[in-house]
Design a protein around this ligand. Structure first.
Ligand code: BG6
Length: 797
């Protein structure tokens, strides 16, 4: 009884502290929030406000709180900064001024600043929390550590928390991490491993603040609540394209040391825009509140993303950027940053739902407006016989049909969900979303606002406040799971690598950009619509431009050599292959083409897929020159590359496609499965004299061709048409056409591209026929013709 009395008194005391005793329920435990980097920019701008919001929402529901702002700053200085921040906090709009002052005072009382630097400081903090909990007769519910610090500080802090600041048994620990999480796949993996040695995955909350934006957070619920209307629409048959856009007017001044490392792709596309892409593209789980189901479906969508190529992106840099970098990073005038501050990316998703639908991702600094949105534009397959003046927005299928998740800013000035009236009336939770009031004269995406059903949040909330509340409520679906993070880096890293030396297009910034950054796409290729502003007048010392060269006709190893800049070269080769195909079909009724894999032919495949309408695909047989011993669906498979870049865009009859049988009886290239013999038989049966009409080869930096490698006699002579070989690099097991069958071809084309091939190209130009050392030197068609196609980088260096 004595205890009960004391308990009542204590409850009463706590209630006084908590929001003037707002219907306090049973006490659920004490929560400590430790904000690391509490005096920094993000904390001052958003996090303290988010914590205040958390306090307002939760304190009356039974938890007690204490907020520890921490940093490396001295106690006195830190306290001053925090005092100022706390003073500037704002209350919900409908709070009376007196009440607001009261609430702020309560929050201020529960907030403190302390310097947190050494492991001892962490231990002291832990002890203080324990002492307070004990002293006040409370139970500890848990601790939230919010890392608002640069990533290089993560490991030390994590170690200190883990070793001396974990709560005792029965209480939870949550650590909140801010991006950047690495700058490529490897560094993200490293960081993940490091943090994983201190915390469980379930303890980590990786923030992408875009997931806290009200409209972004509404994408899945919107899809869920409108399943009936969307089921038939949300797919490649109806969606023309999807645009995921974040435009900013600000530039990177003051942040160039960060920006130099990440650029717009690492800063925005890899995280914010990719997350949005997933929310739009993933299959909808039955239960969207299950974070496991959401993650599973996201990962599935990640797996269906088609790999990005250099040609999937256009990049730009605002003109003032390099000056800012030189100033802020003390670089000499000769320093030229190649960091993109603008990027447009074309993404394709190779699955049944999205095959062929372009997803455009775009973001940039120093643009003409600040706005963010996702626009899903539906196909227009209607011809309207009636005059435009009779079109009625709610019924007419002649007007554009689109769904827009308007994230914020822009002409509308607030977040909103817009659905064209001629699509369907959407359902949104009426307690939190209201219809937008008309704004006469306002046009969005080509239509007056009145053409849309438009909804905006009843109460606009900042993303960080929402996320902080979700951390408290353990809503893990609003955060980035490690697998999700790594999948995103797997997708972006190859593009970042291929752009590393790309010179971005310079743009003046703001409205002056005009149409300079407009871009267009065709197939999987993206390019700026306009030529660059500068007039490129090659001076005496300047590097040669593509237009300075003609396609060069010459000889290489006594065979014809075509040399040109890459685009021209590929165009020429594609034209030659088409001509050979047309000739062969005219004479024999079919064309047998054997293709190599790897990266060089990708551009050729794309070119053939895009521009060669006269190609007799229906009469073409496609064979593989070589294959890696991986399943055919593996991204490393040559067949997979052929499939992604060519086969899925052209109409080759299915029975004319001849992948190499590397995967038989669920085994890869087992001798006893006789895959090589089976392929050889197929060739002998279908190809007259086993003589292909055209064989396309490449040349490796070690002089290998097909999968015939130096220092190995396999496949260099003899009767075998197809052989199993071993590559020095992974995957090591290969299947390959043999040199004799290659040399039996009517035509052999060898495509050699890139500066990396310069040395071997030079060497091979001088050597005789020594296939054991350089298998490529053994390529000499018995009676056919050999032509070398080399770009200037390979040929001239
Ligand atoms: C951040 C980026 O993640 O998002 C910034 O680092 C960018 O470069 C910011 O300006 C944009 O966020 P918001 O909420 O202003 O759209």
């Amino acid at each position: 009884m004595k205890h009960a009395g004391a308990w009542n008194m204590l409850t009463a005391a706590v209630c006084v502290a908590l929001l003037g005793c707002l219907q306090a329920q049973e006490l659920q435990g004490h929560v400590s929030v430790i904000l690391l980097g509490a005096t920094g920019d993000l904390a001052r701008k958003y996090l303290w406000q988010g914590l205040f919001q958390l306090y307002l929402e939760e304190a009356g529901k039974g938890h007690s709180f204490r907020f520890h702002g921490t940093a490396l700053t001295s106690t006195k200085q830190g306290q001053e900064v925090i005092a100022k921040v706390l003073e500037s906090l704002s209350c919900p709009r409908d709070t009376a001024p007196g009440r607001c002052a009261e609430l702020k005072a309560q929050f201020q009382q529960l907030s403190e600043y302390r310097r947190l630097k050494t492991p001892e400081d962490y231990l002291a903090l832990s002890k203080d929390i324990e002492a307070r909990v004990q002293h006040e007769g409370l139970q500890e519910a848990g601790r939230i550590f919010y890392f608002s610090v640069p990533p290089f500080a993560y490991a030390d802090i994590a170690r200190s928390i883990n070793s001396s600041c974990r709560p005792g048994p029965g209480a939870w620990l949550r650590v909140v991490l801010e991006k950047p999480f690495g700058h490529d796949h490897r560094s993200a993996q490293q960081l993940a491993t490091e943090l994983g040695s201190f915390f469980q995955e379930e303890e980590m909350y990786r923030v992408d603040h875009y997931l806290g934006k009200q409209v972004v957070a509404q994408i899945l619920p919107f899809r869920d609540q409108n399943r009936k209307a969307l089921d038939g629409l949300w797919n490649r048959h109806h969606v023309e394209r999807v645009e995921i856009i974040m435009k900013e007017t600000v530039d990177a001044e003051g942040r160039t040391s960060f920006y130099e490392e990440y650029g717009v792709i690492g800063d925005v596309l890899q995280n914010h825009l990719t997350e949005i892409l997933m929310l739009v593209a993933m299959e909808l789980p039955l239960d969207i509140s299950s974070s496991e189901a959401v993650l599973g479906h996201k990962l599935q969508a990640f797996r269906a993303l088609r790999g990005l190529q250099r040609g999937s992106a256009v990049v730009g840099q605002y003109q003032a950027y390099r000056g800012q970098v030189r100033r802020e990073l003390q670089k000499p005038d000769s320093f030229h940053s190649l960091t993109p501050t603008f990027a447009g990316i074309l993404v394709h998703i190779d699955n049944l739902r999205w095959e062929g639908v372009p997803f455009i991702l775009m973001s940039g600094k120093a643009l003409d407006e600040r706005v963010g949105y996702v626009r899903i534009l539906f196909k227009d397959q209607v011809y309207c016989a009636q005059s435009e003046k009779r079109w009625v927005p709610a019924q007419s299928h002649c007007l554009p049909q689109q769904i827009i998740f308007y994230i914020g800013h822009g002409e509308l000035g607030s977040p909103a969900v817009l659905v064209s009236r001629n699509l369907f009336r959407p359902s949104l939770p009426s307690a939190s979303w209201k219809e937008v009031e008309g704004q006469p004269g306002l046009r969005l995406f080509g239509c007056p606002l009145s053409d849309y059903y438009a909804y905006s949040p009843v109460r606009e909330q900042d993303a960080y406040s929402i996320l902080i509340s979700h951390i408290f409520h353990r809503r893990k679906d609003s955060f980035i799971a490690m697998e999700n993070l790594l999948a995103s880096w797997v997708f972006w890293t190859p593009l970042l690598d291929s752009l590393a030396h790309e010179v971005p297009r310079l743009y003046p910034g703001g409205a002056e950009n005009g149409h300079l950054l407009d871009f267009e796409f065709s197939g999987s290729h993206l390019s700026f619509s306009q030529p660059p502003l500068e007039q490129l007048v090659p001076g005496p010392d300047s590097a040669p431009m593509p237009s300075d060269f003609q396609v060069l006709g010459a000889k290489y190893r006594d065979s014809p050599l075509i040399s040109a800049w890459p685009e021209e070269l590929i165009a020429r080769l594609a034209g030659d292959i088409e001509a050979a195909a047309v000739r062969a079909v005219r004479r024999f009724g079919k064309f047998h083409l054997a293709l190599s894999g790897g990266s060089s032919p990708v551009a050729l495949f794309q070119q053939l897929a895009m521009g060669h309408y006269g190609f007799p695909w229906a009469h073409t047989h496609l064979w593989l020159v070589d294959e890696r011993c991986v399943p055919l669906w593996d991204p490393e498979s040559n067949f997979q590359g052929l499939q992604a870049h060519l086969l899925q865009h052209v109409r080759v009859p299915y029975y004319n496609i001849h992948p190499m049988p590397v995967h038989r009886r669920q085994r890869l290239c087992a001798e006893e499965d006789q895959g090589a013999q089976a392929y050889a038989e197929e060739i002998s049966t279908l190809v007259t004299n086993s003589s292909f009409d055209l064989v396309l080869l490449g040349m490796g930096t070690d002089g290998h061709t097909a999968s015939l490698f130096p220092q190995s006699p396999v496949g260099l002579d003899g009767e075998q048409l197809v052989v199993l070989t071993t590559s020095p690099s992974s995957p090591r097991r290969r299947m390959s056409l043999s040199l004799p069958v290659i040399n039996r071809a009517r035509q052999v084309a060898v495509l050699v591209m890139g500066r990396m091939k310069r040395e071997i190209a030079l060497l091979v130009s001088r050597v005789g026929r020594e296939p054991r050392k350089w298998p490529i030197s053994g390529v000499r068609p018995d009676s056919g013709q050999l032509v070398w196609y080399m770009d200037y980088d390979a040929f001239l260096g």
